[in-house]
Design a protein around this ligand. Sequence first.
Ligand SMILES: NC(=O)c1ccc[n+]([C@@H]2O[C@H](COP(=O)([O-])OP(=O)(O)OC[C@H]3O[C@@H](n4cnc5c(N)ncnc54)[C@H](O)[C@@H]3O)[C@@H](O)[C@H]2O)c1
Ligand SMILES: O=C(O)C[C@H](O)C(=O)O
Length: 582
Amino acid sequence: MERAARIAAHLLPGSQAQVPELGAQHTAAPEHGYVVAVLGASGGIGQPLSLLLKLTPGVRELRLYDVAPTAGVAADLSHIATPARVSAHTGPTALADALYGADLVVIPAGVPRKPGMTRDDLFNINAGIVRTLVEGVARFCPRAWLAIISNPVNSTVPIAAEVLKRAGAFNPGRLFGVTTLDVLRANTFAAEVLGLDPETVSVPVIGGHAGATILPVLSAASPPVQLPEDRARALMARIQDAGTEVVKAKAGAGSATLSMAAAAARFAASCLRAMGGDSNVVECAYVASSMVSGLPYFASPLRLGPAGIAEFLPLPHMNALERENFEAMQVELAASIQKGVDFVANPPPTKNCLPTKPQASTVREAPHRPPRMAPTATEVGELLKPLLLKDLRIQCRARGLNPGGSREALLERVRDHMLETGNLELAAEFNGEVAIGVPQAKAAIGADGPIGVNNNNYVRDQGQNVGNFITDRPSSRVLAPPGGVTSWSLGGDVLPPAPKPRPAAGPASHPVELTAVATAQAVPAAVAPSDEGAAAIDGEGGVGHNNNYSRPQGQNVGNFITDKPSSRVLAPPGGGSSIVFG
Ligand SMILES: NC(=O)c1ccc[n+]([C@@H]2O[C@H](COP(=O)([O-])OP(=O)(O)OC[C@H]3O[C@@H](n4cnc5c(N)ncnc54)[C@H](O)[C@@H]3O)[C@@H](O)[C@H]2O)c1
Ligand SMILES: O=C(O)C[C@H](O)C(=O)O
């Protein structure tokens, strides 16, 4: 633990400051530290970031929110002997609870790039995710500092600003696009070139966070990086393309996660130190700005204070090469900003689970219930996709359909029948008899959202490791039917839970609030949706898996325990199952 704390101190410079005190203009009440929420906590960035935040002094509560399961990550982190209480919040209905009263919200939720993509290619998915989450911020913690990691940052920050403006909750001094990774990269690569310890190098990086908009001002670094033009160009290009370097190296498995977690943890620690009154906190970040005419958002060095941005430091002096880059980036950056603004002004049709215009005054208002909607063929197709041929035969028999034919034919037959009848219940076979229940279909459906995308990059269809996996089927005789009721609602009448009142501080009697587990316990074991590779909901799109850790065949290669019972199941699980689409 000591070692972990030393590593954390190294990653989070200045984090050894004593527990921060309430800043004069900060209205939350951090008696023993601050409440930090990570949205997208189960993902490639979210998990290591949450680890580093658990090790960060001054964090009183760490709330982990994701549409993919968070209970495991929270349980795991909660065993680390630091004061931060960790809680798990899974799915849209848990967003309010994750956010209520948070001091700092960090958002790494969203899909990452694959080779060949630009960050802007992520816009279509991530714009909606960020909008929805920021709507939650506006409602449940409108005074929180907000740090956005989700790409394309050049557009997602303007989106967040527009959402906050519409909710009457925009404080330009507290909204940040996290560009700290560009600074870490610039420091590291410049130090390599100079033969210095990277910790002694500090390069200001201005502009935005995509390709040419990333402008490391090497000539203004400390110590100054004075290189012949060709070498300066090459160094600048490497910093600008560093994200792509990682995307290529990961070969389809995502983008920078570990370095990003370190960068975001450093930025978060800086925010907490500033909130606590440290007047010597300077970070570059992409913020609402009037530093450059025509660019209402711009990354530049900022002094942070208790109320947010305390001062915009002057733009670093640029040499001719840097100025050339500065001029060249502006058209692209302006277009990305406008794209974000337009997205909120003229939203594309969406199946969002939160309203587009939250009320400014209703901080604890329950999330809006979505309009009732019929499932689409795609959604039903996704629901059936995980089923094996034998499962599809069961579905056919349960529905009085011909169970003969190929998997594709059966998929189509069952899907069409579901769409025709509106009956989406899935059947399972127990002891030779067909029983209706929720099968191992990898879908968990949020109470207040349409079928959505599991954007967790760590999910694999066949398990988290390659080869080993433990499924949720019983491995020995089940002598009595489990009870419980399973109910899936796609836009029905289920109200999300109101945020729970929270104790002000101090050790938790149950250090991990396993919100998701509590729900799952009501579900019969043999029919509960599996957490492995479970498709969760993001309120934005169709069923899907974006978790990068989910592997179709499991996270480890080779060994796995299948989901078949190893002995007879003597009785079907009890309880009722229903799926409601409106
Ligand atoms: N700013 C930067 O410097 C920087 C650096 C690296 C990555 N990124 C960006 O960060 C994002 C995340 O990257 P990653 O590698 O962690 O991806 P990931 O797929 O591994 O994790 C994303 C997580 O977000 C979750 N998620 C999806 N929709 C959600 C929703 N509506 N609500 C809550 N959670 C939701 C997913 O379930 C998943 O757990 C990407 O957009 C990536 O481009 C930014
Ligand atoms: O490159 C990416 O897509 C992720 C991130 O923006 C990065 O800079 O690493």
